[in-house]
Design a protein around this ligand. Structure first.
Ligand SMILES: [Mn+2]
Length: 380
C-alpha cells in the first residue's frame, strides 16, 4: 500500500530572533530536520512527500534556502521512487514576486517535484501509486478563501488526498485565516487531508478520512510544545492509518517556579531542574513568580545564565516577581485607594494579633493582597 510522508510549516529561513545567540544554530537545524524528513521518506519507501505550506518562512527567502530545499528534494527523487508535492502556504503564498515565481526555474528543473498552483493547476495525479493530490494554493498571507471548497476527488484514482493550509474551525480563528470547515473535512470521496498552518500536531476526524496537522517538524516558536513531528500515512483501502513520527531535534518545556522558595540563583536553579530535567536539546520556557525580600540575593540574570548551560536556550516568558514591601512602604500607599484601605485594615489586625505566628500569617496576607490589588499575578 502506498505510504505518504506529510510535513508542513518547515519555515526555512525563519529569523528565530527569540533564540538570541542560538538563532543561527536553530536555523541550521531547520535545514538538518528537512534533511531528516527526506531520509524518512526514502527509508519508508514513500510514494509521496507532501509539504502542506510554509516550506519557507517568507515569500522572499534567501536564495541559499531555496537551493538547499531544492537540493534535498532532488536527493529524494534521485535516490528513491518518491515524488514531492509542495503546496504554497500563508508565509510563502503564490504571488508575483514570491518565491515560487522568482525561483520558478529551480522548481521546474526538478524531476517529480510539483508546486501546486505554479502552473494554475489544483491537482496532480500519480498513476502508478493510484493517488491524486489536490490543493488550491493560497494567494495571500490572509484570506477568507475556503481552499477545500473548490476541490473534487477524482474517481479514476484509488486514493484522493487533499492538501490545505489554513485554520480548521475546530478552534477559534479569524475569518481571514484561510478557513477550513469541518463539513469540508467530512466530505465523501477523500482518503486523507494533509493540512498545514498549525505548528503543533493535531488530528481531526470529521468524516471517514483523517485530517492531520503534523505541525512544524522543528521548533520555531516558544509556544510550540507540540512541534517536532511528521505524519506517516499508510493508504490502505481497508482503512487509512496515520502514525505520528518524532523528528525534531529540539523540544520546548515549561517550568514555573516560585522564587519565594529560593534563597539564591543556585537554589532557584535546583527548583527548575526538579521540574524540567536539564537537557541540552530542550528550549526552556521559564515562568518566575513570587515575592522576594528587599535586598535578597536572588539574581534573575545569574539564574538565566547558569540555566543556559544546562538547556539549549532559556526564554523567560512570564515574570511576576515582586519585592516584598516593608511597613514604611506600605504606610505610604494613599488610604483613598482600595489597596491603601486594605493595608490599614490588615495593619490593625496585625496589631491585635495574639502571637507571632498569627502576625506572620497576616503579614504574608498583606504582601500577597497588595500585589494582587496592584494587578500582579503572584499566585503560581
Ligand atoms: Mn501558515
Amino acid at each position: 500500500m502506498p505510504i505518504l510522508i506529510h510535513t508542513a510549516d518547515v519555515h526555512l529561513g525563519a529569523p528565530l530572533g527569540w533564540l538570541g545567540p542560538k538563532a543561527s544554530e536553530q536555523r541550521a537545524q531547520l535545514r538538518l530536520t528537512l534533511g531528516t524528513v527526506v531520509d524518512l521518506a526514502r527509508d519508508h519507501g514513500a510514494a509521496l512527500l507532501l509539504v502542506a505550506g510554509d516550506l519557507f518562512d517568507s515569500g522572499t527567502p534567501p536564495a541559499s534556502e531555496v537551493r538547499f530545499a531544492a537540493g534535498e528534494f532532488g536527493r529524494l527523487t534521485s535516490t528513491s521512487d518518491a515524488s514531492v508535492v509542495i503546496l504554497p502556504g500563508s508565509h510563502d503564498h503564490l504571488a508575483a514576486g514570491s518565491v515560487y515565481e522568482t525561483h520558478r526555474e529551480v522548481f521546474e528543473g526538478l524531476d517529480r517535484v510539483t508546486v501546486l498552483g505554479a502552473r494554475g493547476e489544483t491537482s496532480v495525479g500519480f498513476a502508478r501509486a493510484g493517488i491524486a493530490v489536490h490543493g488550491a494554493a493560497p494567494r495571500a498571507n490572509r484570506s477568507t478563501v475556503r481552499q477545500l471548497a473548490s476541490l473534487e476527488p477524482d474517481g479514476s484514482f484509488t486514493f484522493n488526498v487533499a492538501m490545505a493550509h489554513g485554520s480548521a474551525d475546530v478552534a477559534p480563528a479569524a475569518a481571514d485565516d484561510h478557513p477550513i470547515g469541518t463539513a469540508e473535512l467530512a466530505a465523501p470521496g477523500w482518503s486523507y487531508f494533509a493540512l498545514g498552518h498549525w505548528h503543533s500536531w493535531r488530528r481531526i476526524d470529521a468524516g471517514a478520512a483523517p485530517a492531520v496537522y503534523p505541525g512544524a517538524p522543528e521548533v520555531i516558536a516558544v509556544d510550540q510544545t507540540g512541534a517536532g513531528h511528521v505524519a506517516k500515512v499508510d493508504l490502505d483501502p481497508g482503512g487509512v492509518r496515520v502514525e505520528r513520527l518524532r523528528i525534531g531535534a529540539r523540544t520546548i518545556a515549561h517550568a514555573a517556579i516560585d522564587v519565594s522558595e529560593a534563597v539564591d540563583a543556585r537554589s532557584a536553579e535546583e527548583l527548575v531542574a526538579a521540574r524540567v530535567p536539564p537537557d541540552p536539546s530542550v528550549v526552556l520556557r521559564l515562568t518566575l513568580r513570587g515575592l522576594v525580600e528587599i535586598g535578597a540575593t536572588f539574581d534573575e540574570e545569574a539564574l538565566v545564565a547558569s540555566l543556559g548551560e544546562r538547556y539549549f536556550h532559556v526564554a523567560v516568558g512570564e515574570r511576576n516577581v515582586h519585592v516584598r514591601l516593608g511597613r514604611e512602604e506600605l504606610a505610604r500607599i494613599p488610604s483613598q485607594f482600595v489597596v491603601g484601605r486594605f493595608v490599614r485594615l490588615m495593619a490593625a489586625r496585625m496589631d491585635a494579633a495574639d502571637d507571632e505566628a498569627d502576625r506572620a500569617e497576616i503579614e504574608d496576607a498583606v504582601q500577597l493582597g497588595v500585589a494582587l490589588l496592584q494587578g500582579k499575578d503572584v499566585l503560581g
